[in-house]
Design a protein around this ligand. Structure first.
Ligand code: GLA
Length: 370
């Protein structure tokens, strides 16, 4: 990452507010959020940090170290327009605060992030939530953390145009590293469940980058909507596993898509029970089942990610492993016996690297994780 000058060097005065927000790794509950279902993410150590100070001329000027070499861009408040570039995230948040009637007369912002882009760890939600926190602090707008998540979601969904669900903004706004956020995405009711003491998480990036504004994610979402309509419900959340026969009677591939969502929802509830009772073997089996379901029924995995999961599973200290996030690339999350993540990480990275052109990177839990 290019080193970025300080806020003061960039803008000639100190920042008025400094905020941040984490990336997330989802433990289980994939592609359930836009079906009204359950998810179970936790925060990762990597974060996006925003420094900002108000200006009075109606201009928003932003510098980020993460796109190119200290990219600088600006727009005028009230003239937000989608450009298909990173500035859209900033414009989306500004649009949301303007809709709340916030007294916005422009600002300067410096953005820096350690959350890798395109790895399935929600760099965009961490950016959006950190930005929204900066505007909340700067403008003294009375919006709570769920409100911040809603603003972040609207920015990505409505302004940027990526048809994502509520999991990532809720995780960036409400999750911490010691607990898993058990979230009902329909009601936004949530509970923080302590992470196990006997296991640790390992996150390894396949380095196959995904992009959720692109077609595949959108297609899956549309397929789920068609499956729900065919089953006579407003969202697949309302179908339970007992409806197996009706799901099986849907035309392909809607049958497989619905089966993934319905069984994955049930797996989140089972995973919460396993976490509560400290049953790591059961939690691990649920990770494995979730991966198979995403690979075979939802068809969002890729060979590189399957290879990472398989080599993690081949390690004796691994309870379970799965693709995490939206898929079509990205990272795996493995549940590993405490104290063994670094050794497992080395084995997984080595095995992956034996295929020419593949080079994995450890993001959480391993020797080279930042
Ligand atoms: C992406 C989206 C989320 C969710 C996951 C899949 O991360 O941003 O809303 O749908 O994919 O679980």
């Amino acid at each position: 990452m290019a080193r970025l000058q300080s806020f003061e060097a960039l803008f000639g005065r100190p920042a008025a507010v400094v905020t941040d927000a984490p990336g997330r790794v989802n433990l289980i509950g994939e592609h359930t959020d836009y079906n009204g279902g359950y998810v179970l993410p936790t925060a990762i150590p990597q974060r996006t940090r925003v420094e900002a100070a108000p200006r009075s001329d109606g201009v928003v000027a932003v510098v980020t170290a993460n796109v190119g070499r200290g990219t600088r861009a600006s727009f005028r408040v009230g003239e937000e327009a989608r450009r298909g570039a990173w500035l859209d995230y900033v414009q989306g948040i500004v649009t949301g605060f303007r809709a709340l009637g916030a007294p916005l007369s422009g600002f300067d912002a410096r953005i820096e992030s350690t959350v890798p882009l395109g790895s399935g760890l929600s760099s965009s939600a961490s950016l959006l939530v950190a930005l929204a926190r900066a505007l909340r602090a700067m403008l003294a707008v009375p919006v709570d953390d769920v409100g911040i998540a809603r603003l972040a979601h609207a920015a990505e969904h409505d302004f940027v145009g990526a048809p994502v669900g509520m999991m990532d903004p809720m995780a960036a706004s409400l999750a911490d590293e010691r607990t898993a956020l058990f979230l009902d995405t329909r009601t936004l009711a949530f509970e923080r469940i302590p992470l196990p003491t006997e296991a640790e998480l390992l996150v390894v990036d396949s380095r196959v980058a995904h992009n959720h504004a692109s077609g595949d994610y959108r297609t899956r979402r549309a397929e789920c909507e068609r499956a729900a309509a065919a089953l006579g419900v407003s969202a697949l959340r309302d179908v339970d596993a007992a409806a197996e026969r009706r799901i099986g009677a849907l035309p392909a591939p809607l049958d497989r898509r619905a089966r993934h969502v319905v069984t994955e929802n049930a797996r989140v509830l089972a995973a919460v029970e396993a976490l509560r009772s400290g049953d790591m073997d059961r939690l691990g089996r649920l990770f494995d089942e979730s991966h198979r379901s995403m690979r075979d029924d939802f068809e969002v995995s890729v060979p590189e990610v399957d290879a990472l999961v398989a080599s993690a599973r081949a390690q004796p200290d691994v309870y379970g492993a799965r693709l995490t996030g939206g898929g079509f690339g990205g990272s795996i999350v493995a549940l590993v016996k405490r104290g063994r993540a670094a050794a497992v990480a080395r084995a997984v990275v080595d095995a992956y690297g034996r295929t020419p052109g593949r080079r994995a990177r450890v993001l959480v839990g391993g020797p080279s994780a930042s």
